[in-house]
Design a protein around this ligand. Structure first.
Ligand SMILES: [Cu+2]
Length: 510
């Protein structure tokens, strides 16, 4: 079913109001519920899950250094909206179907508030997972201004909970950012891009079987979810009326599996000002921005002198990336900007020549190098199984950085697809990527480089928490572990991979 494009105006998620706020801390309460929402005017209402009755969830706006407490509570019905594969780790029949736990992606946070996948809880906290520690999470937000997002992270069903609607923005602001005079207020808009497929009755479609079905199973996990419809902020192919001036957009790929290579059909430049972890050293003008699942780009688009024009945001990334199915006229279209509003006041905002200083982490101070590889395996049903370092979720912990230690991780991708690798707690910098002899690696376990080291792309030169590990390349990242100790996770952010064992616990030790 193909819905007409640019029929509905884009909704902007509301900013969540705290229950209490004083000079010491701010307290929020967030309920997860099931409700109906119109995702397109020609589609019957869709039953979704959301935070505070909203899909996407309301946006948090917090100040750097502000202590925030959040009580996440599950008020969802006992039956899941989407098909659960009970053969997947942590989603067996011995646990309730509807479980949730919330992770603020990119946050520097104590382990008990990070949303560990086995710290899940059910409606009213009636049942909790083995790692559940507290009902009220604490965030110290000791981070520079940045674009984070919160979403579900429950072991074995993250893909279903996020697809059902459990995701929203979490913005950290600071004084330095305010002094830059970037477009703000109604000229600063978060955009979460997701793909979905709908049934005729408006309900969400999620496959029960991969293309090559598993006859033994009623429901089997799929290798990737590929939707035929693109939504931004929970609306199908929406439009946004804009004034002829500069706007700041926080782009987020909130899709399960789909990568986006974002362009404007006007061929005008997009000015990128920030990466996952905050502002860049200086803005870059680019024709395209690649976003794998969970990656963010903070950008400015200038509609000055475009009165009366329409600008379409397009996508040309194949899925799975980079050698999968090409986009069509539907999946190649994201949203439309209509420069129809009169200029309400003179645009005094700027694209500054310099943003914030970026200290490069010195490779020489790294005390440890870790070699972490992945390649395609198959499980007993013949399904693709992507493991990190050939280890399952339940295998003993192997990544145990010391508090304060700087490490270089060599992410060795011997598979034909790109995988967005996300590490909780810390921000890292990308050092380089390099081709290697895959056959030799598979046979002998030795890395032999076959090409030169290539630096990160311009758009990746800043603080990152998610990195594209490209096929047949070694991607090197560098980071310092802290300021907390304890249990965290690192994983692929293709949610179908994460749910099926492409995730590992790691521990920061004293
Ligand atoms: Cu993956």
């Amino acid at each position: 079913m193909i819905l007409p494009k640019f029929k509905d105006e884009i909704p902007i998620p509301p900013v969540i109001k705290p229950r209490r706020k004083n000079h010491l801390s701010t307290y929020y309460k967030v309920k997860m519920t099931q409700f109906k929402q119109s995702l397109h005017s020609e589609l019957p209402e869709t039953t979704v899950w959301g935070y505070e009755g909203s899909y996407p969830g309301p946006t948090f706006e917090v100040e750097s250094g502000e202590r925030v407490y959040i009580k996440w509570s599950n008020n969802l019905p006992p039956t899941h909206l989407l098909p659960i594969d009970h053969t997947v780790h942590g989603a067996h029949k011995d646990v309730p179907d509807v479980r949730t736990v919330v992770h603020v992606h990119g946050a520097s946070v104590e382990p008990d508030s990070d949303g560990y996948p086995e710290a899940w809880f059910t409606n009213g906290f009636e049942q909790v997972g083995p790692y559940f520690r507290k009902k009220v999470y604490q965030f110290d937000n000791n981070m520079r201004a940045c674009t984070l997002w919160y979403h579900d992270h429950t072991l074995g069903i993250t893909r279903l909970n996020v697809y059902a609607g459990l995701a929203g923005f979490y913005l950290i602001r600071d004084q330095r950012e305010r002094l830059l005079n970037l477009p703000n207020g109604k000229f600063e808009i978060p955009l979460i891009i997701q793909d979905k497929t709908f049934n005729k009755d408006g309900s969400l479609y999620y496959p029960t079987q991969p293309r090559k079905p598993v006859p033994e199973l009623e429901t089997s996990i799929v290798p990737e979810f590929i939707g035929d419809t693109i939504l931004v902020n929970g609306k199908v192919w929406p439009y946004l009326n804009v004034e002829p001036r500069k706007y700041r957009f926080r782009l987020l790929n909130g899709s399960n599996s789909r990568f986006y290579n974002i362009k404007l059909d006007s061929s005008q430049l997009i000015y990128q000002i920030g990466t996952d972890g905050g502002l860049m050293e200086y803005p870059i003008g680019v024709q395209e921005i690649m976003l794998s699942p969970a990656e963010r780009a903070d950008v400015i688009i200038d509609f000055t002198n475009l009165e009366g024009k329409n600008v379409i945001m397009i996508n040309d990334a194949p899925t799975p990336f980079p050698s999968g199915i090409a986009v069509d006229e539907n999946t190649g279209t994201v949203m439309q900007f209509r420069v129809t509003l009169p200029l309400s006041c003179i645009d005094t905002s700027v694209i500054p020549a310099n943003l914030v200083p970026l200290l490069k982490i010195n490779e020489q101070i790294a005390s440890k190098k870790r070699y972490l590889y992945f390649k395609e395996n198959t499980d007993k049903f013949g399904r693709p199984l992507m493991l990190l370092n050939n280890q399952h979720w339940d295998d003993p912990i192997t990544e145990n950085p010391k508090l304060g230690a700087t490490e270089i991780w060599y992410i060795i991708n011997a598979s034909p697809d790109s995988h967005p690798i996300h590490i909780h707690l810390i921000n890292f910098q990308i050092i380089d990527r390099r081709d290697f002899d895959v056959e030799k690696f598979n046979k002998e376990g030795i890395i032999q480089y076959t090409g030169p080291s290539t630096p990160p792309e311009l758009q990746e030169r800043g603080w990152k928490d998610t990195v594209r590990a490209n096929p047949y390349q070694v991607t090197r990242i560098i980071m310092k572990f802290g300021p907390y100790t304890g249990l965290y996770v690192w994983h692929c952010h293709v949610l179908e991979h994460e749910d099926y064992e492409m995730m590992r616990p790691y521990i920061v030790i004293k």
